[in-house]
Design a protein around this ligand. Structure first.
Ligand SMILES: [Zn+2]
Ligand SMILES: [Zn+2]
Length: 295
């Protein structure tokens, strides 16, 4: 199944009313670095009220769907290439993940992407020596997106936040989605940082389609109640933002608005190529939208 096309002018055009949270980067004790057995991992996310989850142990597909759980589980695998360039591949239930040890990243990324998987490049700014350079992210092709926030890196060296690299890509018209994941290894990693899909039904295909087409936002404390585009105007409404930032063209903040909601009109600034929305709340609370391209 080929990947669904993305409406880059408005990734939220097909949104539904249901909001479901999910973490797409989760380790169990099947990974050498993970500590928690899968039953406990699933219970943890059920308790947090999540709707979906992908278990992405290193270089393997952990058969989570054999467990009893209320969560919708997408098979996943965090593939590395000689310890470098971690890549999460997440599939629809029953979908195939192509992986052979010691294979080439380009080949694995392309093969899985073309087979309709979500392919994300992980924690670009983890470690003092960055995990991915902007040039690597730019030249690898095709893939779904990058982790713009990976919360486990809060306790590691490097940076959790990779929106600066994302903006460099978007500015060069490299159109990729942003994901926020926990990279869960221990119970204390289960902090509420995730992807929120906007769907009509809680069924695997609806959730997966929303993830593949960008009909979701990255959540870390601010709830977006509505987001979209009417003609040239991008708008956002939230429950608890205190400031809305409209960012584009390689990281330029084109507009800031105090309050819970805001809008941006492409007609006001003809030089703006794309706009993405950052919703800032109390303390470190923030959420990030997907980008809206002018055309
Ligand atoms: Zn990793
Ligand atoms: Zn990981």
């Amino acid at each position: 199944m080929a990947p669904l096309p993305i409406n880059w002018c408005n990734p939220y055009a097909g949104k539904g009313r249901l909001r479901l949270k999910g973490n797409l980067h989760t380790h169990t004790d099947a990974s050498q670095c993970g500590r928690i057995p899968i039953t406990r991992v699933l219970k943890t996310y059920e308790k947090m009220g999540y709707g979906f989850l992908s278990i992405t142990d290193h270089d393997m597909v952990t058969p989570a769907w054999q467990q009893r759980t209320k969560l919708i589980i997408f098979p996943g695998n965090e593939i590395d290439f000689n310890g470098k360039h971690h890549t999460c591949v997440v599939q629809r239930p029953g979908g195939n993940i192509h992986y052979t040890k010691f294979s080439d990243q380009k080949e694995i990324v392309a093969r899985n992407y073309e087979a309709g998987a979500l392919v994300t490049l992980n924690h670009p700014d983890w470690e003092i020596e960055e995990h991915y350079t902007a040039s690597h992210l730019l030249h690898l092709n095709p893939y779904t997106g990058i982790e713009i926030y990976n919360s486990v890196v809060e306790r590691l060296d490097g940076a959790s936040l990779s929106t600066a690299k994302w903006d460099r890509l978007l500015d060069l018209d490299k159109r990729v989605l942003g994901f926020a994941n926990q990279d869960f290894h221990r119970l204390s990693d289960a902090i509420d940082c995730c992807n929120v899909v906007m769907v009509r039904e809680k069924i695997p295909d609806a959730i997966f389609n929303a993830l593949q087409t960008g009909c979701f936002y990255c959540y870390y404390g601010v709830s977006i109640t509505d987001i979209g585009r009417k003609k040239d105007t991008v708008f956002v409404k939230t429950k608890n933002a205190q400031l809305i930032r409209f960012v584009g063209n390689g990281g330029i903040i084109f507009k800031k608005m105090k309050g819970k909601s805001g809008s941006f009109n492409f007609k006001d600034l003809p030089e703006v190529k794309y706009i993405r929305v950052e919703c800032l709340g109390f303390g470190e609370a923030i959420s990030w939208s997907q980008p809206f391209f002018r055309v």
